[in-house]
Design a protein. Structure first.
Length: 314
């Protein structure tokens, strides 16, 4: 069995998989954010991970014994780049190293982005070795070209991304302004179900670059005009879906790749998913969209554990 640990900005996550890629155990806890706040400082998030991770590791529900673990893998950085760094990932790295030493097993490393991609491949069942991937969350909104073979390392080319706000930040800023809890994704999605009027928030896409600062300003303007919160929430969803659609239409044409994997917490939104599938899988476009299950779209350590299995097998 293989243990994965991921301590992202707002979720403490641990998972165990076996050599057949069956999920044995998956435990995750959101960090608490005070009402009205739009997140936590890195120092505070790091401290909270240090308090929570031992508790999360203890709560195994007798699903396995630690003596069965053959390797431990941790997300040690946001992206698979040498200069990629975020303090919160020092928690998963250091606790992972200590635990691996005590168990006498190898310690392996990956990145948070590769974790999302691997969980998406596993859950979304994408059949192709080469595909486009969109990583859409509160900390990342990037378009990638990916090549991956089983038990091999990812080959990732960054094609483009946001020039300002991430899609998840857009949702969280509007959500908090609408008095929703942080992180606001699931709450905004539920609120949008009560929408009874179509509001338009324009999207801005140029090549492989896009922006959400203008859309946030437009959403704030609707709030000033006393529009119903549910209608604003639905307009935010539609703006993100429209932005992704424009981006992917251009990428499909330029890269000559029609298989697309969408991962990250924003991709758990059912309205965004259904709109993208309807428009991009239309015969006139011919794209094939693959989504991780919602519970594996948002931050988790399943992909990290799977990468640990992959690296151990090499």
């Amino acid at each position: 069995m293989f243990l994965g640990i991921d301590t992202s900005c707002y979720t403490t996550s641990v998972a165990v998989v076996d050599k057949f890629e069956s999920l044995i155990w998956n435990n995750r806890q959101l960090l608490s954010v005070p009402g009205g706040e739009r997140g936590l400082p890195q120092s505070e998030a790091l401290f909270n991970h240090l308090k929570r991770l031992p508790q999360v590791l203890e709560d195994t529900g007798q699903s396995f014994c630690y003596s069965q673990i053959q390797a431990i893998c941790a997300s040690t950085r946001p992206r698979p780049q040498i200069d990629s760094y975020m303090p919160v990932f020092t928690v998963s790295e250091n606790i992972g190293r200590i635990t691996a030493t005590l168990l006498g097993v190898p310690f392996l490393e990956t990145s948070h982005q590769e974790n999302h991609l691997r969980a998406g491949i596993w859950s979304g069942k994408i059949p192709d070795k080469e595909f486009l991937a969109l990583h859409v969350s509160g900390g990342t909104t990037e378009l990638l070209k990916v090549f991956w073979e089983k038990d091999k390392d990812f080959k990732i080319d960054l094609l483009g991304g946001t020039i300002d706000l991430h899609a998840g930040q857009f949702i969280d800023r509007v959500g908090v302004a609408l008095d929703l809890p942080f992180p606001a994704g699931s709450h905004l999605e539920k609120l949008a179900l009560e929408s009874d009027k179509a509001l338009e928030i324009p999207s801005w896409v140029k090549g492989y670059s896009f922006s959400f600062s203008g859309p946030e300003t437009a959403a704030q303007r609707y709030m000033s005009d006393q529009e119903r919160p549910a209608n604003i929430a639905r307009a935010v969803e539609n703006c993100i879906a429209k932005t992704i659609e424009k981006l992917l239409l251009d990428a499909i044409s330029k890269e000559k790749i029609n298989s697309i994997l969408l991962v990250g917490g924003v991709c758990a939104n059912w309205h965004i998913r259904s709109r993208l599938k309807k428009r991009l899988e239309h015969n006139a476009v011919g794209a094939k969209l693959f989504f991780a299950a919602p519970e594996f779209s948002s931050d988790n350590a399943v992909g990290t554990a799977l990468i640990g299995k992959d690296q151990f097998a090499k």
